[in-house]
Design a protein around this ligand. Structure first.
Ligand code: PEP
Ligand code: MG
Length: 388
């Protein structure tokens, strides 16, 4: 669900089922398939009854989506008046139309590394600038959070020396900000492009995979260097651009003080936070049954991260897949989350859940969930919370 292949499929609105063993032996050319991404089922050559059932399901889904469209411009506010920001995640500039169609109030995560993938060579500063400017200028003044590129692990780019060596453990290796700090020239090119785009909209910079205070310092220093080089060339940019950090590593949550004091905003990448907390590779289906967003350790880290940031009055969002799962909306609200960033297709469903929730009623349930250790009890309590 959180592998980058799955994320891209979602971004392209392609129904997808992953890890279907022997599919290539079982399926022949020109056969009709039903790909049911919701229940993870592929049906080969469905008979008439099954086909009719799925056609009905499909039109019900379309109808549901149409109905949700009515909520598009309604502010996301709970019954007891708590305002929530629902931002969108995008992978490519073309995704902007979906952001607007679904009434997002900002872009919380632009995964800029997708500009680097599926192409020969690297995008130049001008190419990157054009892509960032198009997004910044295309969202009618909404905030646009551009994450500096997160290459490495399962987002492999041919031809980049630091990434092409065979790393014994790529998810723990030279990835994201670690790679950027090892290749400052590539990083500076991107930073200049982002800063140039900041002149055309409300652009913010988000740094992935930070674990330590020295990485924050180095990243901030390079941002200053990029600003200085633009100043020397009289290129306009927003000198007060906000810089945020992703909370994706348990160490970052446990040392949040530094993050709160050095950065303007934070965003929790639950996809990685869960992977690193539970030591479960998010792209390895052999251990996908162990990937559990409701693991008590994950819930405690989330509670700690959100609580610490709220206390320090530093804005914090969740931008991992968890933010777009409607089963998690109330749980996150009860933990104090007020900013969600998700794939635009989930946005109105989550908004509907926010509109029918009451924070005061949710809190005691979430407090109980936070204290629980038994996964079965947690699942039952979550069900109760969602039935309120
Ligand atoms: C995350 O880790 O939750 C996240 C949003 O970043 P990505 O999925 O691109 O690693
Ligand atoms: Mg991540």
């Amino acid at each position: 669900m959180t592998s980058h292949t799955a994320i891209v499929a979602r971004s392209l609105n392609v129904p997808a089922v992953v890890a279907t063993h022997n599919a290539r032996q079982l399926i022949r050319d020109s056969e009709m398939l039903i790909v049911d991404g919701q229940s993870g089922v592929v049906i080969i050559n469905p008979d008439r009854a099954v086909l009719a059932e799925y056609r009905l399901k499909q039109s019900e889904l379309d109808l549901e989506r149409q109905k949700l469209k009515r909520l598009r411009s309604k502010p996301a506010e709970t019954i007891d008046g708590v305002r929530v920001e629902l931002f969108a995640n995008i992978e490519l500039p073309d995704d902007v139309s979906q952001v607007l169609e679904n009434g997002a109030t900002g872009i919380g995560l632009f995964r800029s590394e997708f500009l680097f993938l599926n192409r020969e060579g690297l995008p130049t500063e001008d190419e990157q600038f054009e892509a960032y400017r198009a997004v910044a200028a295309g969202v009618n003044g909404l905030p646009v959070t551009i994450r500096t590129f997160d290459l490495g692990a399962d987002k492999h780019k041919e031809g980049l020396d630091g990434l092409s060596r065979v790393a014994p453990n790529p998810a723990l290796g030279l990835r994201a900000i670690r790679f950027c700090l090892a290749e400052p020239r590539l990083f500076l090119t991107q930073l200049r492009a982002i800063l140039r785009a900041s002149h055309y909209g409300r652009v913010r910079i988000l740094i992935p995979m930070l674990a330590s205070s020295s990485e924050i310092d180095q990243a901030l220093l390079l941002i200053e260097q990029a600003k200085e080089s633009l100043r020397e060339q009289n290129v306009p940019f927003n000198a007060r651009i906000e810089v945020g950090g992703m909370i994706e590593i348990p160490a970052a949550v446990l040392a949040m003080g530094t993050f709160c004091s050095k950065l303007d905003f934070l965003s929790i990448g639950t996809n990685d936070l869960i992977q690193y907390t539970l030591a479960v590779d998010r792209a390895d289906e052999a251990v996908s049954h162990l990937y559990d967003p409701l693991h008590p350790a994950v819930l405690r880290l989330l509670a700690l991260a959100i609580g610490t940031a709220n206390k320090a009055k530093v804005s914090i969002a969740v931008c991992g897949e968890m933010a777009g799962e409607v089963q998690m909306t109330r749980l996150l609200l009860g933990l104090g989350l007020r900013n969600y960033s998700m794939h635009p297709a989930h946005l109105l469903t989550v908004k509907q859940r926010v509109l029918t929730s009451e924070v005061a009623a949710i809190r005691p349930h979430v407090d109980r969930i936070r204290r629980a250790d038994d996964p079965l009890k947690i699942a039952a309590m979550l069900e109760k919370l969602n039935a309120l």
